[in-house]
Design a protein around this ligand. Structure first.
Ligand code: 6PG
Length: 504
């Protein structure tokens, strides 16, 4: 029997996607350069399916892989982003892939690579992309999928992606329980929607990851204030996070943070977090988001701060040295507030800052869409992030609602619901940031979000002075508030009694 899908790459994500596809009745022919990985998938498929016929077969070459598939061929790649994707595409060309065959890249590829590949492989096969979020468990039991590219290819892939994606209960907007192996969830709204032309899916996933970085950093900052200013134990912070996870701050990242903090190291008996080295890793997607925001001139400062926070964490030796050389605030400045009050302030700070992070991420997608001519549907994007992905949260339903109220919303902060949320919670946010500053605890993401909010709502910023400075030293000109838009002026600053010169 010919297989429905060819699959290249049986690493952690690949293996779980293969088993998820098999659960939904698809027959998969799999290939990996590392035969051991393939054996592991086959063994797991067998163990889970018992006496029922196997749904996954292993292939020993790209040629065999294609020969095992029904035509036109559909091949899904789960290989590391970058060169490996092109290497596999070239191997599949050599193996005889045809012009109407489809290759789907599911890695965390740079979106511009996806645009390039779509053009580059035109006529040889159809290069389609689908960004996947949800880590290994998501891949196994329901990820969030962000497909983009050729619309014909989408018609072929859509039923498959809808089947394996995470599902949301349409009545509550909350994730449905994940399925058991061999017993998939089939009802509910699937977290898979066509994003747009090639590259747009990976762009949207990139922004998802930028938001993920900021969301994680915000939680980490709140954690540090609780530990260092309030002297709470990891377990106590965990208990607070568990409680917060029942309310408006409910999210997967909050849930796993509580679990990480409650975990003890089996060797030392200490909280595991206390023996984890405080140097953060990164694979680049947060950085790409920050770079894109700078290139587009679309402010996403809290996302950039989250990337910088990871960078500064890696300067461990310098930080340890500096901790003995550089003074912080004197003790009297440390918190005098009750722990209970401060915990409430941190809760509200986290909530408000989180709204700003999403405002930045969605604004970035809107700006990129305008720049690249994509028609992004933001209500749909928020919908497919309600389950399956790393940033899943009840909060995403409110974002969906905001864009359903107004699909042309300029900034999430202008939505009446979110405007009200910040308005009623902002004082605690301000107090939390001020208290952290007075105590000498870095809260770069919490405070950057606050500055973003305050800048965005300030009608007159000191950019007037800045324009004056630019004109002074470089004759860069400025516009006037009392003259028509676009008309520029220059002053001879050394003789500013002379009449102003109109440039255009
Ligand atoms: C997801 C994650 C996933 C991966 C990140 C981790 O949505 O499933 O974002 O893509 O875990 O790439 O990124 P860093 O290693 O950069 O933290």
């Amino acid at each position: 029997v010919l297989c429905d899908i060819g699959f290249v790459g049986a690493g952690v994500m690949g293996k779980n996607l293969i088993l998820n596809l098999a659960d939904h009745g698809y027959r998969v022919a799999a290939f990996d350069l590392d035969h051991k990985k393939l054996e592991a998938v086959i063994a797991q498929d067998k163990a889970e399916r018992g006496d029922k016929p196997a749904r996954v077969i292993s292939c020993s070459s790209y040629t065999e892989l294609l020969s095992r598939l029904s035509s036109p061929h559909l091949v899904i790649l789960s290989v590391p982003a970058g060169k490996a994707v092109d290497d596999v595409c070239l191997k599949l060309i050599d193996a005889g892939i045809q012009a109407d065959d489809i290759i789907v890249d599911t890695g965390n590829s740079l979106w511009t690579d996806t645009v390039r590949r779509e053009k580059h492989y035109e006529g040889k096969f159809i290069f389609f992309s689908t960004a996947v979020s949800g880590g290994e468990v998501g891949a196994r039991f329901g990820p969030s999928l962000m497909p983009s590219g050729d619309p014909y290819a989408w018609t072929r892939i859509e039923p498959i992606w809808r089947a394996i994606a995470a599902k949301v209960d349409p009545a509550t907007g909350r994730p449905l329980e994940r399925h058991e192996p061999g017993n998939p969830v089939t009802e509910g709204e699937a977290c898979a929607t066509y994003i747009g032309p090639g590259g747009s899916g990976h762009y949207v996933k990139m922004v998802h990851n930028g938001i993920e970085y900021a969301d994680m950093q915000l939680i980490c900052e709140v954690y540090q204030v609780m530990r260092d200013a309030l002297g709470m134990s990891a377990e106590q912070v965990s208990a607070v996070f568990k409680e917060w996870n029942q309310g408006i701050l409910n999210s997967y990242l909050m849930e796993i943070s509580a679990e990480v903090l409650a975990t003890k190291d089996s060797e030392t008996g200490l909280p595991l977090v206390d023996v984890i080295l405080d140097k953060a890793g990164q694979k680049g997607t947060g950085l790409w988001t920050a770079v894109s925001s700078l290139e587009l001139g679309c402010p996403a400062p809290t996302i950039s701060e989250a990337v910088f926070a990871r960078s500064i964490s890696t300067l461990k030796d310098q930080r340890v040295l500096a901790s003995t050389l550089l003074a912080g605030p004197v003790r009297e400045h440390c918190t005098s507030q009750s722990a209970e009050l401060m915990i409430k302030q941190l809760h509200d700070a986290l909530y408000c800052a989180k709204i700003c992070v999403y405002a930045q991420g969605f604004d970035l997608m809107k700006t990129a869409a305008a720049e690249h001519g994509w028609q992004l549907n933001f209500a749909e994007i928020a919908k497919i992030w309600r389950a399956g992905c790393i940033i899943r949260a009840v909060f995403l339903q409110s974002i969906t609602d905001a864009y359903e109220r107004n699909d042309d919303l300029q900034n999430l902060l202008l939505d009446p619901f979110f405007a009200k949320q910040i308005s009623v919670n902002q004082m605690n946010w301000r107090r939390a940031v001020a208290e952290a500053a007075m105590t000498g605890i870095p809260v770069s993401a919490l405070s950057s979000a606050l500055s973003y909010y305050d800048s965005y709502r300030t009608a007159v910023l000191p950019a007037n002075l800045l324009q004056g400075q630019r004109d002074y030293f470089g004759a860069h000109t400025f516009e006037r508030t009392d003259k028509a838009k676009g008309k520029t002026f220059h002053v001879d600053w050394s003789h500013n009694d002379r009449p102003m010169q109109k440039i255009k």
